[in-house]
Design a protein around this ligand. Structure first.
Ligand code: ADP
Ligand code: ADP
Length: 228
């Protein structure tokens, strides 16, 4: 689905973490927000996910008004999947338990939950690891569990908050490929935030450069640095 952020502001005390940010993300696009630590990337992602309220502007998801002007649709009603750097997996549950959880809270039939969980684990090639605990997986595998959980939720939109930042360089490369494959296979609208320029260039359909709460420029990666 489309993501439309219009003139959004967010203040922490008197400091503007977001200072009139506008971006429009097309359906199916892989959109990267690139900027240094502290520039407001996480706040932007969390505002879209519904994990923060906003102080000005509006956010629309698939044309629905979800934030601004006194409206705040809660995260679970926004139909977006979120993948964090820290994975946000439940440590006491197995891999399949983690993936099945959103389906259980949606009260699907047991057989459907089992089938859908298998299907999602298969798509990220983790079926052999279904009974393990997250602690017994590599960083890349944990990230794939988080992706499988997004798939299970049926999220057509995935928001990723520096999901590769904790991985070693080798695994990072492999996960970049996987994210590209995941995106091609699902056609999910993807917002990916990072402070890593190389990562942004490798993954993005379009990149927004962010600095001190503002979006400075939005363009295709190969055009970002070729302007006079
Ligand atoms: P980034 O993701 O680009 O590192 P953040 O969105 O996390 O940036 O932070 C943007 C600014 O907002 C920073 O100055 C940060 O200190 C501030 N900030 C973020 N979250 C909070 C919070 N919960 N309380 C106070 N200040 C915050
Ligand atoms: P950081 O960017 O510092 O690594 P995270 O992005 O992991 O931190 O988490 C930022 C905030 O989001 C924390 O306050 C955390 O409690 C919250 N959070 C993390 N995962 C989830 C989740 N799956 N659902 C809701 N909130 C989450």
């Amino acid at each position: 689905m489309t993501i439309s952020v219009s003139s959004v502001s967010k203040y922490f005390y008197s400091h503007a973490a977001l200072d009139g940010v506008s971006i429009n993300i097309e359906k199916g696009e892989f959109f990267v927000v690139l900027g240094p630590s502290g520039c407001g990337k996480s706040t932007l992602l969390r505002s879209i996910a519904g994990l923060e309220t906003i102080d000005g502007g509006e956010i629309h998801l698939a044309g629905h008004h979800v934030a601004g002007k006194g409206t705040h649709v809660p995260p679970e009603k926004r139909n977006v999947g979120v993948v964090f750097q820290s994975y946000a997996l439940w440590p006491h549950m197995s891999v399949s338990g983690n993936v099945a959880f959103p389906l259980e809270t949606a009260r699907l039939a047991k057989n459907d939950i089992a089938a859908q969980t298998r299907n999602c684990l298969e798509r990220v090639e983790l079926l052999p690891y279904a009974d393990r605990k997250p602690a017994d997986l590599s960083g890349g595998q944990r990230q794939r569990v988080a992706l499988a959980r997004c798939l299970a939720q049926g999220a057509q939109t995935v928001l990723m908050d520096e999901p590769l930042a904790n991985l070693d360089p080798h695994l990072r490369h492999a996960m970049e490929e996987e994210l590209s494959d995941f995106h091609r296979a699902t056609g999910a609208t993807t917002l990916f935030i990072t402070h890593d320029q190389r990562e942004a260039m490798a993954l993005a359909d379009r990149v927004a450069l962010m600095w001190d709460g503002k979006v400075l420029q939005v363009d295709h990666p190969h055009r970002l640095y070729s302007k006079p």
